[in-house]
Design a protein around this ligand. Structure first.
Ligand SMILES: Nc1ncnc2c1ncn2[C@@H]1O[C@H](COP(=O)(O)OP(=O)(O)OP(=O)(O)O)[C@@H](O)[C@H]1O
Ligand SMILES: [Mg+2]
Length: 269
């Protein structure tokens, strides 16, 4: 039996805050899981928003991503099962201390990759990142094979998208690291009735032809779902944003069609 080689590792980033990164990880994770994929979501943000919207109240001594990075704790001892097919590697503000310690380490940009190894239990890993160009952002990029950039309908989000892509380029060209491919840009908070939505969508299509994925509409139910520590599929499966996240998930599956079939073949050999 050969070792599992195919797993999708997708980092979700934008240098602008509040564009829907955490909502995207939570809801894509839930949707992939519904389709039978085994999902690991990693909270790479010191704010711990993903951990919180998943309804996890960390105990005082409960290990987190910090302990995986700094104390080399086995990731499977740290992940928390959420619902069928979904696990989360949680974080809290202690992750900021990990950042500070990583600075002094030799593999400071690749510690996450070194610590997480093969993660043979999962089909998809989704990384939720802070709106920052820090070491965690670099670790997430270098662990991932794919990059997804949510962009809300604000021109600053396009600058935030560009900043992430420049950072990827720097890691690849100047530091010679293996960098993730841009799988796509997800327009978020889309409201077709507004001029700004149409302007931003136009700019994105011009700047990144072929890379703009189906949109997520502006939907207050996403906020209500997060407040209830639920994915949109649990909160209101008929919500317009639930449908939008289903379409994006389907698109992401079709883009890499057969990755699980290839995997099944590899594992059975
Ligand atoms: N399409 C949407 N329509 C309406 N509200 C949304 C949408 N996507 C996310 N939200 C809500 O907007 C807020 C910000 O979203 P989210 O936390 O996912 O952004 P973020 O990019 O992760 O922010 P940060 O940069 O602070 O990590 C949250 O309250 C979330 O529930
Ligand atoms: Mg967030």
């Amino acid at each position: 039996m050969t070792e599992r080689t195919r797993i999708r590792k997708i980092s979700v980033q934008n240098f602008k805050g509040g564009v829907g990164k955490t909502a995207t990880v939570l809801n894509l994770g839930a949707c992939f899981a519904d389709k039978g994929y085994k999902v690991l979501m990693i909270d790479c943000d010191t704010q711990g928003d993903l951990t919180e919207v998943c309804g996890i109240r960390l105990e005082k001594r409960q290990p987190t991503l910090y302990h995986v990075l700094i104390e080399d704790l086995n990731v499977m001892e740290v992940v928390v099962p959420l619902r069928p097919n979904v696990h989360i590697l949680p974080s809290d503000k202690k992750l900021a201390a990990a950042e500070a310690l990583l600075v002094g380490m030799t593999a400071r940009e690749t510690t996450l990759s070194l610590r997480l190894g093969h993660l043979a239990e999962f089909d998809i890993v989704l990384l939720d990142c802070a709106p920052a160009l820090n070491l965690m952002h670099q670790n997430a990029l270098l662990f991932a094979d794919e990059l997804l950039i949510p962009v809300d309908m604000d021109k600053l989000a396009i600058s935030g998208c560009r900043a992430i892509l420049e950072s990827v380029n720097t890691l690849g060209v100047y530091n010679n690291f293996r960098i993730p491919e841009l799988t796509g840009i997800i327009p978020t908070f889309v409201d077709q009735r507004t001029n700004i939505t149409n302007q931003v969508l136009g700019v994105l299509e011009t700047l990144y032809p072929g890379k703009v994925l189906p949109s997520i509409r502006s939907d207050t139910k996403l906020k209500q779902a997060a407040a209830a520590s639920q994915s949109i599929f649990e909160f209101d499966p008929k919500a317009k944003s639930a449908n939008d996240y289903r379409v994006v998930t389907e698109t992401l599956i079709q883009m890499k069609e057969g990755f699980r079939d290839e995997e099944a073949t590899a594992v059975s050999q």
